[in-house]
Ligand binder design. Structure first.
Ligand SMILES: [Zn+2]
Length: 117
């Protein structure tokens, strides 16, 4: 399995086999935050220290800002520049951020894990 495929499937950064998250579905809300302690294949520690994933909040912030910039660009192309800064854009962007929150959460953790481990 290539590195990108294993990244998007939420697999171990070292071997690409073990699952990082307990549930494969990010919208399984009770298990959305639950990360396995170690890789089932190569025993890489996914939680090496307390607060390891605090750094992923910065990654999540960057993803959120990039996504909001993307939706701003799309709304600008569709509705024009002056109309894209209105309440409709803010509401639609807020709803989309709420819907994609579990996916962004997992991406930020995966990026942080792949960078830091
Ligand atoms: Zn592994």
């Amino acid at each position: 399995m290539s590195k990108w495929v294993s990244f998007f499937k939420g697999r171990c950064p070292r071997c690409g086999v073990g699952k990082v998250f307990v549930s494969p579905n990010p919208y399984n809300l009770p298990l959305m935050l639950t990360t396995n302690k170690e890789c089932t294949n190569c025993h890489l520690d996914f939680i090496p220290e307390i607060g390891f994933y605090w750094g992923s909040t910065y990654v999540g912030y960057a993803i959120t800002v990039a996504f909001s910039g993307f939706t701003f660009l799309i709304s600008t192309l569709i509705f024009g520049f002056m109309n894209s800064l209105n309440l409709t854009y803010v509401l639609i962007n807020g709803i989309l951020l709420f819907i994609f929150c579990p996916i962004f959460f997992r991406f930020s953790r995966m990026i942080w894990l792949w960078i830091a481990r």
